[in-house]
Design a protein around this ligand. Sequence first.
Ligand code: ARG
Length: 250
Amino acid sequence: LNMFAADLDLWKNSTLNKIIQSGELRVGMEPGYMPFEMKDKKGNIIGYDVDMARKMAKDMGVKLTLVPTSWDGIIAGLITDKFDIIMSGMTITQERNLQINFANPYIVVGQTVMMDKKLADTIKTAKDLDKPEYTIVTKLGVTGEIATKKFFKKAKIVTFETEADAAAEVLNGKAAAMVYDQPYNVLFMSDKGKDKLVHLDTPLTYEPLGWAIRKGDPDFLNWLNNFLRQAQEDKVVGFSDELYQKWLVE
Ligand code: ARG
């Protein structure tokens, strides 16, 4: 093998080499963010990220193991090697990027607002909701929480463990609005929100989503970025368009 000792060492210790040696790709995700990872009626985890993970494992020639993980422990889980990669609709933020590395973005989303329909006559934009009499809900520890705190200085903010609990609060009329990733809101609107909610769908933020890996792992990062490029651009072996049609176009 024509490699320098240091490079060989790097490769030996790379996550990619460990995946190949063990024959298993372990993917950490928190099911609950439709359409990226969610449970079907039988309890199977399905979604855009799951299909992408399956394709990834296939191209590596290894088996796929999904590791369901709570959102608040997902970065720690990666760092402590509970899984090899996070594929969980995670926004690339500068703060997270200090702790972990991200492959190139695979999609761009933004935060939008789902509001109680009863307010539709008085409230036209997200800004109008920033009053002490309104409660805005979101999920704990996500970019939606950061955006909510930034945009709503006067409204009351309540956070929930899951996106489903937060959305239920608006649906039940206990909160005025919810701030969360646009793809989730679009699906929630067509699923349960139609008659009761309105979607203020102008994105408040710009959020590239990316797969996260541990720092200091250039071989894995290189593989992921080239895999992604091919999945997105190649019309024969690529299947990003297919996934987009399947999960993100109603
Ligand atoms: N994009 C948002 C963030 O990174 C929400 C992601 C939540 N993902 C999930 N699988 N529950 O904070």
